[in-house]
Design a binder for this molecule. Structure first.
Ligand code: BDR
Ligand code: CA
Length: 327
């Protein structure tokens, strides 16, 4: 596998996605870049450092990216993720030992040196700026997996829009346009699939029984998120979007979908909506692979068996996680 950069806005589910990526031995993470989304890019970087500290991987560098969307006023999601972006867990700060480069400098230099895949878990502002400046670097990205958008599912911050693409719709539009021009496809892990991934209090209890330390960490950061979901959507538990993008990146069989041309609407009541030309009306070459199906059970097996450890430090095997058969 090529090296990987994770561009994110931690964010509770971003933190869980980082936890999964950092527990996955096949991934070589060159760096983490942050962007303003759930919280501002600098607060997101502080949160990424907290997750690196929790997982014992402080050597991975974190670079702060764009503080505002390309054109729109910035609207954070602290109503969903808490004032600190990690469910008001207010975990202790971790000193910043990363090089003094910006996310833009890091992304450009890293891709100049070698091929690197990217998982984008927040608004696509950093990537749009990069592709506007250096469209040639798109050929250096074997895979770009983006958590965002939706095909048939309703939105999560407007009737039709998913938050990452709504927050900076021009950025999302630019990324898809550049991929269309380069004849490449962005792999879109949108709400059609992420909505199926619900961390329930039951699953959290299993987690805590299996690995008390990791379970306590996950509980600390998700309690606020669960309250939000109850008030906002009337569900018990919380939708954890971002870890699915990481799981799919490592194990593509966890989701399935189809290739299509898509555009992102930037204004009006459809701001942030992904218009997926699934029937080929526009006769354009696909610039996306749109994921539409997933198995929550397979995802949870994947997630649990990677992030949870036994007291002796080894991981749980699938046959030892029969608690997940209920899904
Ligand atoms: C996406 O927006 C954020 O709230 C989450 O972190 C996720 O990346 C879901 O719409
Ligand atoms: Ca996110």
């Amino acid at each position: 596998m090529p090296k990987l950069i994770i561009d994110c806005d931690p964010g509770i589910d971003d933190a869980l996605a980082l936890l999964l990526a950092l527990s996955s031995p096949e991934l070589e993470i060159a760096g983490i870049t942050t962007v303003s989304g759930n919280v501002s890019a600098d607060l997101g970087a502080a949160n990424a450092r907290k997750v690196l500290h929790q997982t014992g991987r402080p050597e991975i560098p974190v670079f702060v990216g764009e503080m505002t969307p390309l054109l729109k006023d910035y609207t954070d999601a602290r109503d969903t993720h808490g004032r600190d972006g990690l469910g008001e867990s207010f975990l202790p700060e971790v000193p910043d030992a990363s090089p003094r480069e910006s996310a833009a400098e890091f992304l450009e230099q890293a891709l100049e040196q070698e091929e690197i895949s990217i998982i984008a878990l927040g608004p696509m502002t950093n990537l749009a700026r990069l592709f506007e400046k250096r469209p040639d670097l798109i050929s250096r990205i074997p895979r770009l997996v983006s958590m965002g958008g939706s095909f048939k599912s309703h939105g999560n911050c407007s009737p039709v829009a998913e938050y990452n693409y709504w927050c900076d719709p021009e950025a999302a539009r630019i990324c898809y346009e550049h991929f269309a021009a380069a004849g490449k496809k962005i792999e879109m892990v949108g709400l059609d699939v992420t909505r199926r991934i619900v961390l329930t209090p039951n699953l959290l209890s299993y987690m805590t029984r299996l690995d008390p330390e990791t379970g306590a960490f996950v509980r600390k950061i998700t309690e606020f998120y669960m309250d939000f979901h109850w008030k906002q959507e009337g569900i018990i538990g919380c939708v954890i979007n971002d870890p699915l993008a990481v799981a799919y990146y490592i194990e593509p069989s966890i989701c399935s979908g189809f290739d299509s041309y898509l555009e992102v609407e930037t204004d009006g009541i459809c701001r942030g909506q992904t218009i997926v030309d699934s029937m080929g009306f526009w006769n354009r070459r696909p610039n996306s692979h749109v994921l539409t199906e997933t198995s929550a059970r397979e995802f949870m097996y994947f997630f649990f068996s990677r992030i949870l450890k036994k007291a002796n430090g080894t991981k749980w095997k699938r046959e030892e996680l029969s608690c997940l058969e209920q899904l």
